[in-house]
Design a protein around this ligand. Sequence first.
Ligand code: SAM
Ligand code: SF4
Length: 350
Amino acid sequence: MLTSALSPATAAPAAAVPPALVDQHGRPLEYVRLAVTDRCNLRCFYCMPEQGIQYMPKHELLSYEEMLRVTGLLAGLGVRKVRLTGGEPFVRRDLVPFMERLAQLPGIDDISLTTNGVLTAPHVPALARLGVKAVNLSLDTLDRQRFFDITRRDELPRVLDTFHALLDAGIQVQITAVVMDGRNIADLVPLAALSRDLPVDVRFIEEMPFNGGSHAAGPASLPWHHGRIRRHLEDHFGALAPVATAAGATAAEYRAAGHRGTLGIIAAYSRTFCGTCNRLRLTAEGGLKTCLYDQGVLDVRALLRGGAPDAEIVGALAHAFRHRAANGFEAERQRPLHQLSFESMATIGG
Ligand code: SAM
Ligand code: SF4
C-alpha cells in the first residue's frame, strides 16, 4: 500500500511481506509493468507506423478490475512495484481512479508511470496526492520540428507543460530519450544539459526493433550503442562518474561534474542488464511476458475470463516466472519465426 494522502498514517499495519519468488537463474520477482492500453495519441516512428494501426477491440483489453486482480496476486508473489505504461496511459479513461485503487493493494508500495506527457499536466496534482514519487517522461528532442518529425504530432508544448508541472509538484522527472541514428543525435547534448540545470534525470535508450512495422528492423549492428552514447556525452560533459543503482535497474547511471541530476544509458538492444532483471510485463490484452524479447508466455486473460480460481492463476504466473529465459538473447531465440519489428512497444508495454 502506498503512503499518501489516501493512506493516512493511522492505517492498520501492513501485512507481512511474502518472500519474493525467485526464477531458475536466481533473480527475484519484484516489479510488474502494466500496459493499460495499446492506444496512443502520438505516432513515434520507432514505436508504430503512421497509419494503418489495428488497435484491439476494447473488450479484448484487460479491464481495470482484471488488472487489479492480477496485480494483487502478483503482490502475493513478491511484486512491490507497479509501473503503468502502454500505449499512452492517459489515453485510457479513469486512469487516476484506477491508480488510487492500485495504491490500496496490500504489498504494493511503489507506483510509477511512463507517459509521453501530452495529456498528463492536468493530472499532476492527483499524482502528487497519490504519492507518486517519479514519472518517466518520454522526450526525444527539445526542438519542435524534430519532435513533429519523430512523433508525427505537433505536441511538444504540451509535453513541456507536463515537464514543468512535474517539477513544480516536486515529482522526480526521469526523461527517457530513444537514441536514433540520423534523427536526434543533435538533441542528446541539449537533453543531457537539462540534468545540469535542473534536478532531473535524463536517460538515453538504445533503439530496439519493436516498431510495429513502421520501418525495417535496421542494421544488425546498432549504430548508437551504449558505449558510443557514453563517449558522445563524455566528449561534451567530461568524464561521467558511475552512480550506484538499485538492484534490477536497467539504466547504467552516471553523474557529470556539476550536474544536479543523473545521466543514464539503457542498453535495451545490447541487453547488458538481464542478469538482474526482476520484472514481468502484462500486455494490454493480458499476455504475460517474462522478458521484453519473448513473444508472450502465458495468456492471463484466458485464465481470468475462463473462471480460473486465484490459486490456479498464481500457480501459472509463478511457473512462467520460474522458467523464464536467462536473458533477452535466449528469449529472442525461443520465439517462433517472427520478426521483432512486427511488434510495437505500445502493445508490449515499453
Ligand atoms: N506512451 C508512453 C510513452 O511514450 O512514454 C508509454 C509507452 S512507450 C511504448 C514506453 C517507452 O518505450 C517510451 O519511453 C518510448 O520511448 C520507449 N520506446 C518505444 N519504442 C521503442 C523502441 N523501438 N526502442 C526503444 N525504446 C522505445
Ligand atoms: Fe505512443 Fe509511447 Fe509509442 Fe510514442 S513511444 S507512439 S508515445 S506508445
